[in-house]
Design a protein around this ligand. Structure first.
Ligand code: GLU
Length: 457
């Protein structure tokens, strides 16, 4: 039996959830589920100026749409500040941290010199061993070990190691007594008994600091799995600023939850050659060790391909329901019994539910013939008029029966298919590219098909 894992997703509520974050949450959730463990949600909201309730709500709703369900109420880092402070003072007391009153002028000077000498800027250690009394206005800095190295075995990236002399005596408690990010995160992971920390690989330098904090409070270390970035299609970093979308937007655009999950899981994870995974299969096969160690790339085409696949899987009534919940459009089969078939047919070529709604519209709203090429129809008036009057005798039983009727009609009238098909498609659908003529005629029905041709002529 596997050890029950406790993982967490720890977003800062300073923006919406985007693809990279959603993938991190999904992998953390799956890793917990693989061992029957727990997945927790922690909002890192200590930056009170940038953290907003609006983003908390937005992230919660994105996760809930994706079906990534935390196993407990979300935690807010700001609620844990008393513990952070207490531990900072304990570390000060035990000599594992020190009080520092360096002025910003001094720090700036040191920094400048280091940069001039091509050294990595870091605290110069001025007050490290002075044992200053902690006075108002001082900060508390962590005493980073000065020899040896800090290493860990990342589940995705392998061994990561850095010499301790490259690490900084970083501030853990600011002069206004607020704890800093790396300190809070380490304490919270300890406090929440996190067994595996799963996050983006932009946090590796933070991990090295956090490991030292955890050592200083005699905590066991969690496992770490750093996910390589999701890059844009051009190979740049996806960032909120660079146009990465709020996950809720994908829902609004008519992406299906299953498509989104299937797409996200493939951003860095593979299982044999399989492309399509049911939720059950994902839960069964996912293993964090199988995540690729090189960056994934965003592909709109692949996302669309998945969405089209799941639109096609959700035939008939479930498609009507999905459209109703996502866009409030009610295709009531009592108004038109062919709605389920219309949507299933048009779903074949639709990338999103919105596209599906748009492309199906001509079935129940007369096309406006705004952008059509009239020359394609001009010479066909007679053919069309005759066809319209023959429609009464067609069997409208099924799409296949119509297909047969049309074939016979073309033969009997010595026509070539395009002579009838081309102008007819334009008249019935208002477009040059549309489903087959027999599908169009069948799904529009005798009356509507006839009406459209006669009115047009
Ligand atoms: N709050 C951090 C972020 O939004 C996550 C840190 C973590 O997962 O430890 O990137």
């Amino acid at each position: 039996k596997l050890k029950e894992e406790i993982t967490r997703f720890a977003p800062s509520p300073t923006g919406h959830l985007h693809l990279g974050g959603a993938r991190t949450a999904l992998f953390a959730w799956l890793h917990a589920k693989a061992s029957n463990g727990k997945f927790l949600l922690r909002f890192e909201d200590t930056d009170s100026e940038r953290s907003k309730k609006e983003y908390v709500d937005s992230i919660v709703s994105s996760l809930s749409w994706l079906g990534i369900k935390p196993d407990d109420d979300p935690l807010f880092q700001s609620n844990n500040i008393e513990l952070h402070k207490k531990i900072a003072f304990d570390l000060l007391e035990s000599g594992k941290a020190f009080s520092c009153n360096c002025t910003s002028e001094h720090l700036e000077e040191v920094r400048k010199k280091q940069i001039q000498n091509k050294l990595q800027p870091k605290y110069d250690g001025l007050n490290r061993d002075k044992n200053l009394t902690h006075e108002k206005g001082n900060v508390i800095r962590f005493k980073m070990p000065q020899s040896g190295s800090t290493s860990f075995e990342d589940k995705i990236l392998g061994t990561i190691s850095v010499k301790n002399k490259e690490l900084d005596d970083f501030i853990i408690l600011r002069s206004d007594s607020t704890p800093t990010y790396n300190f809070c995160a380490a304490i919270d992971d300890f406090d929440m008994k996190i067994t595996t920390v799963i996050r983006g690989d932009d946090h590796i330098t933070n991990t090295l600091k956090q490991i030292n904090i955890l050592h200083s409070i005699n905590s066991d270390l969690p496992n770490y799995a750093h996910l390589p970035m999701v890059l844009s299609s051009e190979g740049k970093r996806l960032s909120k600023r660079e146009g990465a979308l709020d996950i809720n937007e994908y829902k609004k655009m008519g992406y299906l939850q299953e498509a989104m999950i299937n797409y996200l899981i493939k951003l860095g994870w593979t299982y044999k050659d399989q492309e399509i995974f049911s939720e059950q299969e994902i839960l069964q096969y996912f293993n964090i060790n199988d995540v690729n160690s090189s960056p994934a790339r965003f592909s709109q085409d692949l996302l669309n391909w998945y969405n089209n696949h799941y639109i096609k899987c959700n035939k008939n009534n479930s498609l009507l329901d999905l459209i109703k919940t996502s866009s409030n459009i009610d295709y009531n089969p009592e108004d038109n019994e062919k709605y389920p078939e219309i949507l299933a047919l048009m779903g074949e070529g639709a990338n999103t539910l919105i596209e599906l709604v748009d492309s199906s519209r001509f079935f129940y709203i007369q096309p406006d013939y705004k952008n059509i090429d009239y020359s394609l129809i001009e010479n066909s008036r007679e053919i069309l008029a005759k066809f319209a009057s023959s429609l009464d005798s067609f069997s409208f039983e099924s799409h296949e029966s119509i297909e047969k009727e049309i074939k016979n009609y073309i033969k009997a009238n010595e026509l070539k298919f395009p002579q009838l098909g081309k102008p007819l498609r334009i008249i019935l659908s208002g477009r040059e590219n549309a489903p087959s003529i027999s599908e169009l005629v069948f799904l529009l029905g005798l009356e509507e098909a006839k009406k459209r041709i006669e009115r047009f002529l």
